[in-house]
Design a protein around this ligand. Structure first.
Ligand code: MG
Length: 392
């Protein structure tokens, strides 16, 4: 009886549990308390929220960033269960599925731990695939770990591919275009962090919201799609679709196109990754109201006004450690922009300049993880130096 009951429960670890995706994952889990069990929770900086989540979901292990011990919960350290590293939580024996929702480079090492432990991985962190897509997908095949996309576009592509035997002829990756889709270059030069953080259709973390405003997010998603679905870069077409209702499409060899539509709400792709291959009815998820949906528009992106998209695609085509340099320079540039030390249009300039300097360095086509980490460190240092000298 006990065994039978356990088989129906999916045991989950969430890395990045206090971020936007982490919190929405817990909302989905809350809707199905008898089907999911939270075994591990890991947070970067919001210790107070982690303590509340741990009190509610009672995980066996947690992780929080060092140096944050004193902030919240002073004197209440016993409020948290056993503390483990991100890698340990990702590979715990009792975990069936790991949600990787940490942003930036921090997701790469625990992702590899989860893969090598043969876990199912719901992947919301795109930087890991952009930096090390070849290594990540090769390790996943080797260890029979399943990568389940959480990004809404990749979830849409995955859903369109279900039941199909043929490889996609082309992927049509949709983009909202961000808050500045209609801005002129002059208007773009005056954009403030506050304006860039106001995304028209999606509510997300800060880093990905700025990346959406520059279209770097879309560029990274092209690379992500390339690795997840093994489709050549030149068969991935970005389409600006301001309503964010069609989350992406797949075109097949016969010219037929399948699309996935729904209200823009990250809980749907999260839930699909958690319940795959099943679809569960969740009254908490919004349904599309066709009386209000209106027209759906699609157009090609303007790579001149939004150079980050082209920078990302070019870096992917160059391969080697160029995508890792792209990611690292972007993290530095977004940080500097958010703290008011870099103008919006200097984001692509700084990334482009860092990539140019990287060109002269010897880059192998199939870099090792060590070479990727090294390139990441070099790019961060170089981007910071260039910005401090105003050399964009
Ligand atoms: Mg996305």
């Amino acid at each position: 009886m006990r065994k039978e009951l356990d088989k129906n429960i999916k045991r989950i670890a969430i890395l990045g549990c206090t971020g936007s995706i982490g919190q929405q994952t817990l909302q989905v889990i809350r809707a199905f308390p008898e089907r999911f069990e939270v075994v591990g929770l890991a947070a970067g900086s919001n210790r107070a929220l982690l303590e509340r989540q741990a009190a509610e979901f009672k995980p066996r292990a947690v992780h929080f960033a060092e140096g944050d011990d004193r902030k919240a919960g002073g004197g209440r350290s016993s409020a948290l269960p056993k503390k483990l590293s991100l890698e340990e939580i990702a590979s715990l024996d009792e975990v069936d599925l790991v949600v990787i929702a940490t942003s930036g480079k921090a997701g790469l090492s625990p992702l590899l731990s989860a893969i090598r432990a043969g876990k199912q991985v719901a992947l919301a962190n795109k930087e890991a695939l952009v930096m090390a897509g070849e290594i990540v997908t090769r390790e996943a095949r080797r260890h029979r770990a399943r990568l389940l996309p959480v990004d809404s576009e990749h979830s849409a592509i995955w859903q369109c591919l279900r039941g199909e035997k043929e490889k996609p002829y082309r992927i049509l990756l949709t983009a909202s275009g961000g808050p500045f889709a209609r801005y002129t270059s002059t208007q773009l030069s005056h954009v403030t962090p506050e304006e860039a953080l106001r995304h028209p259709t999606w509510s997300m973390g800060k880093k990905v919201t700025i990346d959406s405003a520059t279209l770097m997010n879309k560029g990274m998603e092209v690379i992500e799609a390339h690795w997840l679905f093994n489709v050549p870069l030149d068969r991935i077409q970005v389409l600006v679709h301001p309503q964010s209702i069609v989350h992406s499409m797949v075109e097949f060899g016969d010219g037929s196109i399948k699309a996935q539509l729904s209200q823009p709400d990250m809980r749907l792709p999260i839930q699909y990754a958690l319940t795959y291959p099943e679809r569960w009815t969740n009254a908490g998820l919004p349904r599309l109201d066709w009386s209000k949906a209106g027209a759906l528009n699609f157009e090609l992106p303007d790579m001149e006004r939004f150079p980050c998209l082209k920078l990302a695609i070019d870096a992917a085509a160059r391969g080697g450690t160029a995508p890792a340099v792209l990611c690292a320079a972007d993290e530095v540039a977004v940080d500097l922009f958010l703290s008011g030390r870099l103008a919006f249009l200097d984001i692509p300039r700084l990334i482009g300049r860092t990539l140019d300097l990287h060109k002269s360095r010897l880059v192998g086509t199939h870099p090792s993880l060590e070479e990727i980490i090294q390139a990441d460190g070099w790019a961060r240092e170089t981007a910071r130096l260039l910005a401090s000298r105003g050399q964009m």
